[in-house]
Design a protein around this ligand. Structure first.
Ligand code: ADP
Ligand code: MG
Length: 711
């Protein structure tokens, strides 16, 4: 790929060069039109067609100057990835001349065949119409191909003809609106005027890179994104020698290219490092407003795949591509901020009397406690089931880490004591001349699914291939809900309490929320069995698999929450529930089909050939001089495993035969969970045992050592 960074070119010389930024907007539009659009972006409101025409024209001129020939409404259907249909700027005018045109109508609204996207029964094929509607709050950008051709991408929302939402962006935008309204309302009660309250998100993205030629030889990676078979390599991650280790040159070249691509798209790729597993890496951008962060994370995943390809590598975004080493997640760092840049989760020097901090913190804690199941649901998928609860990722139980300082503050507040116990304010490094380093408000706890990390929360359950949208829809909504309740309580007390002492009213609310939601706070090791026991005693949810987690969406309180906050209607919730379950079953069905195909047409035949070879050798040797004891021993072992393999192939086939297309989605998903998952696991055990005793040369595809330890 063309290198942008040269001796005389800095990052800032080309940062966001493919984005319709504020500066570009100003350059390409008349100042009054620019002002009008800016107002809509910042404060909402209707986009008149006359203005839309002008914006479209500016977009077209800019995009064409960058070599773009097409535009697309870039949207996020419920598949979890993105979708696009390209239209060129070519048009025919009334006199039959070919012209280049992009109208306000085409910018604002596009049409897509909604029946070909998951709709959970909302759309039937005979009533296929679906609309894509421009999201003015996320900037348009150009996606370039290696030959320089480009497509103007307009971030959009997607709904059915009848208005039901079919995407992840719209509920996210709605959850942001709910958070904004409720955030400003509480701030106003506390005497603070803010024009806007937004959630900021920084998403850390983990991924694996493997050599493309190796990848292409494995049907399991090609069809399912993960290895369905594979004995461990002699070396794994046991020496902890990979995390933050030197990055190999081939990967560094990939990262350099990736960074440039992302910078051109205005994505602030900031941190990169090796992760815990061999060939596993991470990239983190600087945080952004949640809507933009979600869009950008989609682009990061897309670019990772594209750029890897240019380096003869393949990027694996699956949650658990390899058994026996860590899987990949996506840490969702989430905070609340006003338009003036005030972080509402910043404890300050006296958190115990910081009303804004306490109330916003408790709103999040309360929301997470009351809607644990919904938050857990936001991370459910067949892929993430292989990771959650596996001592490398948080357990399936949601709890919150707040650290010792805040824990002691809560205790003191409850006991009526003043102050907050501070544990060592400064770091003692013992290095001569080193500066005095102030300690963060709390330490890190890597085992916690939801950790307070100083002035933001880090949600660590999201899977590496998942959209960040669902998790943030839930975080925004549950927080908005709790802020609403807190404001209601304060307002009620203010109009009913006789002495109306504001301090007293606030501390009553604070105490009530601490008491009510204390059970969700856990600072210990989340990986232990003792915690599972303790969590059970506390009445916390432990939804160990996706099917149970998806069912949480139908809990009446959850449906009410989503309806009350205008996020999704009951019909939309039911349709999403159906889509997610259906996707779960389909993923497992594809895994079963792939495993059967590999086991039957590659493994079984290879092992039989090898056994035949041994048998021929043994026949000759024993005829010669009664030799061949080793061959015989190996043959016996292989033959026993071959029989087992045959049985387990049959078992998986029987399991798949018990599911059918026309079953209801819930039964089908449960059958996949209860029959297919265990059958896949046991089949794998036999194949992996065989791999460890057969000649490497006869094995039909590259093994873990080849995949994870390439140069
Ligand atoms: P770690 O790996 O230690 O969790 P990183 O530095 O890799 O931390 O990533 C932290 C992420 O959190 C980055 O994306 C960063 O931009 C983001 N972040 C930092 N401050 C905030 C904040 N106030 N709100 C949201 N995200 C934040
Ligand atoms: Mg992190």
């Amino acid at each position: 790929m063309t290198k942008r960074l040269t001796e005389d070119k800095k990052i800032t010389d080309f940062f966001a060069c493919d984005v319709f930024t504020d500066a570009v907007m100003r350059e390409y539009m008349a100042s009054e039109d620019y002002d009008a659009l800016r107002e809509i972006i910042e404060s909402g409101g209707e986009l008149e067609m006359a203005l839309a025409d002008k914006v479209a024209n500016a977009l077209k001129d800019w995009a064409m100057s960058k070599g773009a020939t097409h535009y697309t409404h870039w949207f996020q259907p419920l598949t979890g990835s993105t979708a696009e249909k390209h239209d060129s700027f070519i048009s025919i005018d009334r006199s039959g001349n070919t012209i280049l045109e992009f109208t306000g109508k085409s910018l604002s609204k596009g049409e897509a065949d909604a029946s070909s996207f998951p709709s959970g029964g909302i759309r039937a094929t005979f009533e296929a119409r679906g609309y894509t509607v421009w999201d003015v709050s996320s900037p348009a950008f150009i996606k370039k191909s290696i030959d320089g051709s480009g497509v103007l991408c307009i971030p959009t929302a997607f709904c059915a003809y009848t208005g039901e939402l079919l995407d992840k962006k719209t509920p996210l935008l709605r959850s942001m609106a709910a958070l904004d309204v409720e955030g400003r309302r509480l701030l106003k009660l506390l005497g603070i005027k803010a024009k806007k309250v937004v959630a900021n998100v920084g998403g850390e993205q983990e991924y694996f890179l493997v050599d493309k030629s190796m990848y292409l030889q494995r049907d399991d990676l090609r069809f399912t994104g993960r290895t369905l078979f594979g004995a461990p390599a002699p070396k794994g991650q046991e020496k902890n020698d990979q995390y933050y280790a030197n990055i190999k040159e081939r990967v560094l070249c990939f990262m350099a290219d990736l960074n440039e691509e992302l910078w051109m798209l205005g994505i602030t790729a900031k941190t990169q490092h090796n992760e815990v597993a061999p060939s596993q890496h991470e990239l983190a951008p600087i945080y952004n407003s949640v809507n933009i962060a979600v869009d950008q994370n989609q682009l990061i995943m897309e670019m990772m795949k594209k750029v890897a390809n240019h380096h003869n590598l393949t990027c694996l975004l699956h949650e658990k591509p390899f058994a026996g080493v860590n899987g990949s997640g996506k840490h969702n760092n989430w905070s609340l901020c006003t338009n003036d840049g005030i972080n509402l989760l910043e404890p300050g020097s006296t958190p115990e009397s910081n009303r804004v901090f306490l109330l916003f913190l408790l709103a999040v804690i309360g929301g997470v406690d009351e809607y644990q199941d919904l938050l857990r649901m936001s991370t459910a998928s067949a892929g993430n089931d292989l990771r959650i609860g596996a001592n490398e990722a948080p357990p399936a139980i949601i709890s919150i880490y707040v650290g010792e300082n805040l824990q002691s503050m809560f205790e003191n507040l409850e006991n009526g004591a003043q102050g907050i116990k501070r544990i060592k304010e400064y770091l003692k490094m013992g290095v001569p001349n080193s500066p005095r380093l102030k300690k963060d408000e709390c330490d890190r706890n890597r085992t916690s699914p939801f950790a307070f990390t100083g002035n933001k929360f880090e949600f660590r359950m999201v899977g590496s291939s998942q959209s960040l949208a669902t998790a943030n829809i839930v975080l925004n909504t549950i927080t908005a809900e709790m802020l609403h309740r807190i404001s209601d309580e304060i307002e009620y007390a203010m109009s009913h309490d006789e002495d109306k002492d504001f301090d007293h009213i606030i501390s009553t609310v604070v105490l009530k929320y601490i008491k009510q939601h204390r059970r969700i706070i856990f600072n210990g090791n989340n990986y232990t069995d003792e915690w599972k026991e303790e969590a059970k005693k506390r009445g916390l949810c432990n939804l160990t698999n996706s099917v149970d987690a998806f069912n949480a969406m139908l809990r009446p309180e959850v449906v009410e929450l989503l309806e009350r906050n205008n996020i999704l209607s009951e019909k939309e919730v039911i349709s999403r529930h159906e889509i997610y379950l259906d996707d779960y079953s389909k993923t497992l069905h594809i895994e079963a089909m792939t495993a059967l195909s590999i086991a039957k047409t590659q493994i079984l035949s290879a092992v039989m050939r090898y056994e035949g070879e041994l048998a021929r050798g043994f026949a000759k040797l024993s005829a010669a001089d009664g030799l061949g004891a080793v061959q015989l021993k190996l043959m016996r072992q292989i033959d026993a495993l071959l029989c087992e393999l045959n049985e387990r192939i049959d078992a998986l086939e029987c399991a798949t035969a018990k599911t059918s297309e026309d079953m209801d989605v819930c039964t089908k998903a449960m059958l996949h969970r209860d029959l297919i998952v265990p059958a896949l696991t046991t089949l794998r055990e036999t194949v992996d045992k065989l791999q460890l005793i057969c000649d490497k040369g006869i094995w039909p595809y590259p093994n873990y050592a080849d995949l994870l330890f390439y140069e």
